[in-house]
Design a protein around this ligand. Structure first.
Ligand SMILES: Cc1ncc(COP(=O)(O)O)c(C=O)c1O
Length: 465
């Protein structure tokens, strides 16, 4: 294909794709930006050759402006981003919200987001900090001393873990803390063990950091909990890290302290790093106990990066606040990366989170009790439906029912097709298990009111009748 002046790369400028490769669905934002940048771009590049318009058909003529925009050349994206999957949960939550915006009464069981409001005293702390003028760059970029100290106190109070402030980094959410940990630890080809089912973002975050995800299958009959044998068999000389998540998203299980001890000793004995995602740490049900991997032994402490944040337990999803605690040299490397990235989290948000960590005023327990009630109720109703089985949740706020028993009756091949029919025909949004590594399950969140849960289950029962 010959290159036109418009698509030929010029020194210092990215290659522009010919019009034929323009994808109107993915380039929506870019198109509107073009209006704004067209004049300055023309001034730098010189006049652009007019793009070759595709032959006008009745359809394109009726589309008017859109057809004209579809002929614009577009920038070529990196392989790295083209290979990245979009978060299935965020995508489905957005789709359900779009349908609701169109006036369709969709019950969304997709979101990993508490329906509770952020505690009032946490909000007030942010407002006070803003009014005091705490609105400049956070200093240092790795996190305000006040929040780092609050994190150290929190980890000590919860698990008797001793961290110094220089062993803590504050990030814009726990997802970013995991991202940064992987970025500073992995070299190309390094393997990261990911127990299946997994949280949607783990494989993508590993790939983004140049690593290779290695999926370790669990057994549903063991509540999806890994055994020492399963874990040990997956370790190779290339294994760098284990992504450990308890309480689990999407399964809702929580490892007992003795199970944690056995699994963590298995990996740290072989020099494998543990990235311990503890974002649901306080959402435990019944008499469930937990043990942080870092608290297993001195060796485990030296091999663990503990991840947590405000999103789930403090109902602070929109504030984007999280942290990592671990060996000082790893945290320093993450801080270096952050200094070239976000430059840290907003100071008034950090101060509000510090307030919540120091004294939650009983709000967390109130929310936890409600989650527990909802989970128990939803589990009872769900498992009464013929063809559906589900492990009992012991933490977090998800059920991960096995729905393969209804595939035949509903004339669907897998959970993707079932979730699609459920959304379109019954107006109940669930996340297909394929996003988490299983074609036989769907994930349903109970971070929503009992009324919504009952509405979803009424519809599900009627749909599966
Ligand atoms: C297991 C797990 N880890 C991390 C996160 C991300 O948390 P944050 O909102 O702090 O980025 C989520 C959010 O859904 C999650 O489920």
């Amino acid at each position: 294909m010959t290159e036109s002046a418009a698509t030929r790369p010029r020194p210092g400028f990215p290659r522009l794709l010919p019009a034929s490769r323009f994808d109107p669905h993915h380039d929506h934002g870019f198109r509107s930006d073009l209006k704004v940048v067209a004049a300055p771009v023309a001034a730098v590049l010189g006049p652009m050759e007019p793009p070759i318009l595709p032959r006008t058909t009745e359809k394109t003529a009726s589309l008017g402006n859109r057809a004209r925009r579809d002929t614009m050349p577009r920038m070529e994206l990196s392989r790295r981003i083209n290979e990245l999957a979009e978060s299935a949960t965020l995508k489905l939550t957005a789709r359900a919200a779009r349908m609701q915006g169109e006036g369709i009464d969709v019950v969304a069981m997709t979101a990993g987001e508490p329906d509770f409001d952020t505690p009032q005293h946490v909000k007030q702390a942010a407002i006070d900090a803003i009014l005091r003028g705490e609105t400049k760059y956070p200093k240092p970029a790795s996190g305000l001393p006040k929040l780092k100290s609050a994190v150290c106190e929190y980890l000590h109070a919860r698990q008797n873990l001793l961290y110094r402030p220089e062993q803590v980094i504050v990030t814009c959410g726990a997802k970013l803390a995991i991202n940064k940990a992987l970025q500073v630890l992995l070299n190309p080809g390094d393997e990261v063990l990911i127990p299946v089912p997994y949280w949607v973002s783990y494989p993508e975050l590993v790939k983004l950091a140049g690593g290779t995800p290695v999926f370790v299958e669990s057994d549903e009959r063991n509540d999806f909990k890994l055994t020492v044998e399963q874990l040990a068999a997956a370790i190779t000389p290339k294994t760098k890290a284990l992504l450990y998540c308890s309480p689990s998203n999407p399964c809702g299980f929580t490892y007992h302290p003795e199970e944690t001890r056995a699994l963590i000793e298995t990996v740290v004995d072989r020099g494998v790093v543990v990235i311990s995602d503890e974002i649901y740490d306080r959402l435990l049900f019944g008499d469930q106990q937990t043990l942080c991997p870092a608290a297993v032994s001195p060796q485990a402490y030296a091999h663990t990066i503990t991840i947590n944040g405000g999103s789930k337990v403090f109902a602070m999803t929109g504030w984007r606040i999280g942290y990592a605690a671990g060996p000082a040299h790893v945290i320093a490397a993450m801080a270096k990366l952050q200094s070239q990235g976000t430059s840290g989290a907003a100071p008034f948000i950090q101060l509000a989170f510090a307030e919540g960590l120091r004294d939650d005023r009983g709000e967390i327990e109130r929310m936890r009790l409600d989650f527990e009630r909802r989970g128990r109720h939803m589990h009872q109703r769900l498992t009464a439906i013929p063809g559906i089985t589900c492990i009992k949740p012991s933490g977090a706020y998800y059920l991960f029912p096995n729905v393969s028993g209804v595939f035949k009756k509903m004339k669907v091949a897998d959970c993707d097709a079932l979730a699609e029919r459920l959304l379109v025909e019954a107006h109940v949004a669930v996340v297909p298990g394929s996003a988490f590594g299983s074609k036989q399950h769907v994930r349903m969140s109970f971070a929503t009111s009992l009324a919504q849960i009952d509405k979803a289950l009424d519809r599900l029962e009627a749909f599966l009748k």
